[in-house]
Design a protein around this ligand. Structure first.
Ligand code: ADP
Length: 354
């Protein structure tokens, strides 16, 4: 193992300050850096991380490579192999939902692209490698089935409803169970997470009803939410609505994890230029004033509307410019959650050996 001054002890020493983004605990202590070998002047090791942190995998790998290079400049190379560190989700509250983070996507009013952002968060996190479920709780107009091109009836298994599968992602919507107009009447039982069989999730993304009315408020109290993401458009009025939505979540003590500005300018399909019809940057500034993280903006893009109407919202990720925006929002959300964990690490768990 030894190669001059470099051996597995000196490598683990050099990496001892690096933390697992989900637990906030040392990667070394938790046995997530394994199989450290130095051969022919090259270092190789295995880095085991949880799927919860998938959007941050490249960052952590880079930090390891940098720390190794600066501590051992004599090395000819570093190879980091990634593997999955299994850390099961705990059951949340009394409703039997097994998820690590439950994220509500809300807005001050309808039509700002809340469902589009909720679907994009779910799809983006899933594509990065996380285990994700998507719940459409917008009882006024359940549009997730439409945006994802899903239909059919969920089956009942025992006392639970099995969600509809979208390429490995469980999706539940009142729209699967009852005609659209009746969804608002039937909301209670389905929205109570206990009746849906989600399986083990890193993230459950919830498309909330718009606004700050009774239903949104009741749901915010009923669901075991980790936090909320608020979607708004750049217009002043919409921003004032967004402020009301932030106030509602704060009132019920749900952390606001960030603000997303949607329709923040129009990208002309002809010339490719962005025109800021309603102004731009308002949400970023308002987020700063309200001490809410700004997660990113999404311009008006014809493709987003077209893919949505065709039930192919996942195709947004095939367009590099749109994908970059959506992935940036997912990345910042997880990074902020990880920062919160680092500030207050979760309870230690026994390392999974081997
Ligand atoms: P909400 O959930 O707030 O009511 P939706 O997500 O259902 O809003 O979006 C309303 C409409 O606007 C949909 O047709 C959707 O495809 C479209 N849309 C949302 N965001 C954008 C965008 N950035 N560019 C173009 N169309 C968008």
């Amino acid at each position: 193992m030894a190669d001059g001054q470099i051996d597995s002890d000196s490598v683990t020493n050099a990496l001892s300050t690096l933390k697992d983004p989900e637990s906030g605990r040392s990667l070394v202590t938790m046995n997530q850096l394994k199989d450290i070998r130095v051969e022919n002047g090259r270092l190789s090791l295995e880095l085991a991380l949880t799927t919860w942190a998938a959007p941050l995998w490249p960052d952590i790998q880079e930090s390891i490579e940098e720390a190794v290079r600066s501590s051992f400049p004599q090395l000819a190379g570093v190879t980091v192999r990634r593997s999955i560190h299994n850390r099961p989700a705990a059951k949340l509250g009394e409703i039997g939902l097994t998820a690590k983070s439950v994220i509500a996507v809300g807005s001050g009013k309808g039509g700002v692209g809340k469902s589009t952002v909720a679907a994009s968060l779910a799809l983006g996190l899933k594509r990065a490698g996380c285990k994700v479920g998507l719940m459409d709780a917008d009882v006024y107009g359940p549009s997730i089935p439409h945006l994802l091109g899903l239909s059919g009836r969920p089956t009942i298994e025992g006392e639970r409803i099995r969600p509809i599968d979208k390429d490995g992602m469980p999706v539940m919507s009142m729209g699967f169970l009852v005609p659209k107009d009746e969804a608002v009447i039937w909301r209670g039982p389905m929205l109570h997470g206990a009746v849906t069989h989600w399986g083990d999730l890193d993230y459950l993304i919830i498309d909330m009803p718009p606004g700050t009315g009774d239903i949104a408020l009741t749901l915010s109290q009923l669901l075991p939410l980790t936090g909320a993401v608020i979607v708004c458009t750049p217009q002043d009025v919409a921003l004032l609505d967004a402020v009301k939505a932030i106030a509602m979540f704060r009132k019920v003590r749900i952390p606001v994890l960030g603000l997303v500005e949607n329709m923040s300018g129009f990208v002309c399909p002809g010339c490719g230029q962005q025109h800021d019809i309603f102004g731009r940057g308002g949400a970023r500034q308002r987020a700063e004033e309200l001490v809410v993280p700004f997660l990113g903006d999404i311009p008006i893009q014809l493709l987003i509307r077209e893919y949505g109407d065709e039930g192919r919202s996942d195709a947004n990720f095939d367009d590099p410019a749109i994908a970059a925006r959506l992935e940036g929002i997912c990345y910042r959300l997880v990074k902020n959650l990880a920062h919160a964990t680092a500030a207050a690490p979760r309870q230690p768990q026994l390392p999974v050996l081997g």
